[in-house]
Write a protein that binds this ligand. Structure first.
Ligand SMILES: Nc1ncnc2c1ncn2[C@@H]1O[C@H](COP(=O)(O)OP(=O)(O)OP(=O)(O)O)[C@@H](O)[C@H]1O
Ligand SMILES: [Mg+2]
Length: 263
């Protein structure tokens, strides 16, 4: 479980996130949604231990602040919203950055792990390509493969591992969006936990179990898909006309920007 209580983050002298609290359970996908600049990435960085914060954040019962970097790296993998790599690394080198040094010293095993991770994001055979020469969506999938190399299993000795993914499908075509969302879903179904920042509300409704909705640095809503995806909540948070409909087959909500053409 990841337990966040009363978390506030100040950056450059400004309060960016204020008094956010929620619980992400293993076996569930928790989506963080909200407008640009509402604090989603900042919350993720606090949870992943990259930013200092006030309040409490526990991963599997341990305070994030009390864990050493190697202890954090063993239990959670982080896909940042933007990953700039300025050196001419190959895909193999980038993906292997996710491996622990012990595994990296065993070239055969390291190659096997990298190949497995690349296959899971549909990039088999890309090992020798230069990262900088890949398309935006391919780079995003290589970064995810790096995370999957680091956190290869959903659980370790019965305890959940965590994928913290900041906009994992934002640059992907619809087919690869589904590949990655299914992968995240299966990680949860096998006992792990996922927190994912999402802009695509329809994919969120299809795959996530809980939504944390951010607005101006504060939590606007937290609950199940049906509790949070309502016309009133979404229109007030996003400030535009939105209509939540339901798929006839199973009632899964989908979102249309209605009267979008009228501006
Ligand atoms: N280091 C910083 N110093 C000052 N302000 C910052 C800093 N980092 C982020 N901010 C501000 O904090 C707010 C929240 O940023 P954050 O990156 O968390 O938003 P977000 O919800 O992830 O947005 P997006 O959907 O665009 O990724 C923004 O207004 C941003 O300009
Ligand atoms: Mg962001």
């Amino acid at each position: 479980m990841i337990e966040v209580s009363g978390v506030s983050v100040r950056l450059s002298g400004k309060t960016i996130v204020q008094d956010v609290g929620f619980t992400a359970e293993s076996g569930r996908m928790t989506a963080i949604a909200g407008p640009n600049g509402s604090g989603k990435t900042t919350v993720m960085k606090a949870v992943s231990g990259e930013l200092s914060y006030e309040g409490g954040i526990l991963i599997n019962g341990h305070h994030v602040k009390s864990l050493q970097p190697w202890q954090l790296a063993a239990v959670r993998g982080v896909l940042p919203q933007a990953s700039v790599i300025s050196f001419p690394f190959t895909v193999r080198e980038v993906v292997r950055m996710g491996l622990t040094s012990g595994l990296n010293r065993n070239p055969a095993k390291a190659e096997q792990s990298a190949a497995k991770a690349l296959a899971s994001v549909d990039l088999s055979g890309y090992e020798g390509r230069f990262y900088q020469q890949l398309s935006g969506g391919e780079q995003q999938r290589v970064q995810l493969a790096r995370v999957l190399c680091q956190i290869a299993e959903p659980t370790t000795e019965g305890k959940p591992n965590w994928l913290l993914l900041d906009e994992p499908v934002s640059s992907l075509d619809i087919s690869h969006q589904l590949t990655i969302m299914r992968l995240a879903r299966s990680f949860c179904d096998n006992g792990g936990g996922v927190i994912a920042v999402m802009h695509d509300l329809n994919l969120t409704a299809l795959f996530a179990d809980r939504i944390l909705l951010m607005q101006s640095g504060r939590l606007a809503a937290f609950g199940t898909i049906h509790e949070v995806l309502t016309d009133d909540t979404m229109q007030s948070v996003f400030g535009c006309p939105l209509r939540i409909n339901a798929l006839p087959a199973d009632g899964t909500p989908f979102v249309l920007a209605h009267s979008a053409m009228q501006g």
